[in-house]
Design a protein around this ligand. Structure first.
Ligand code: ZN
Length: 235
């Protein structure tokens, strides 16, 4: 068994993460980096992301204004080292993250990121300009599973067919299928929570699937975003 595993390179959803931790029976430490900027932040044993403030200067913005601590914003990166192309207020990393103004109990100093919510290009855009990120769907599923007290879900995928129509595909853990609440009840709990967050005008479908391919994306959106203004980040 490895002592720990370091991951980097792409947004790591909690289902894939849990699966890898179970298979290798160890803890994952995520490293937040991008090809253009290099290291941005790394996860400590408490699961907080510590910003590499000696390597990058970070800003968190929405529609051109800084967001407050605890509020999600688009990541803007300025790289503080290197002799190649300068990277100044770079936005193309395309991630939305929430900055935090606390001290971490692990003892490391410096800025913190509470959570990386996902890429804007992998989000769901709603008719009123709200964008729903991977973290929103994970939070809703997490709340639903803790309500029914059985972790029956192995993996999910969100497909947005139209601006007001979302389908959630769910792979149920076959060993836990008949434990606790029936699957139908779980689906209706998830659907209600989604409706509360996304609004009553969004059609929400839930479909059980038998398998996913390893490379299936977490979110597929078929909506054209060219005329769209970002109004709110739902995380
Ligand atoms: Zn820490």
């Amino acid at each position: 068994t490895p002592r720990c595993i370091g991951t980097s390179g792409a947004f790591f959803d909690m289902y894939s993460r849990k699966h890898v931790e179970e298979v290798f029976n160890t803890q994952i430490f995520d490293i937040y980096a991008a090809t253009e900027s290099g290291l941005i932040a790394f996860e400590c044993r408490n699961g907080a992301y510590h910003v590499c403030s000696d390597l990058v200067y970070l800003e968190y913005m929405k529609n051109g204004s800084d967001v407050s601590f605890g509020e999600p914003g688009s990541l803007v990166v300025t790289k503080l080292y290197g002799r190649g192309t300068p990277l100044i207020r770079y936005t193309s990393i395309d991630d939305v993250v929430t900055p935090l103004n606390n001290d971490c109990t692990c003892g490391l100093a410096g800025g913190l990121i509470q959570r990386i919510h996902g890429r804007k290009s992998d989000s769901v855009l709603l008719p009123d300009g709200k964008m729903a990120f991977v973290s929103l769907f994970e939070n809703i599923l997490g709340e639903s599973l803790s309500e029914i007290k059985v972790d029956k879900i192995k993996r999910i995928q969100i497909v947005q067919h139209k601006i007001d129509s979302i389908e959630l595909k769910i792979l149920v853990d076959k060993h836990l299928r008949d434990v606790g609440h029936p699957v139908d009840k779980m689906f209706s709990i998830i659907k209600n929570k989604l409706r509360n967050r996304l609004g009553p005008d969004i059609k929400i479908g839930i479909k059980e699937v038998n398998r996913f391919d390893a490379k299936d994306p977490y979110i597929i959106s078929k909506v054209d975003r060219s005329k769209f203004v970002e109004k709110m980040y739902l995380v």
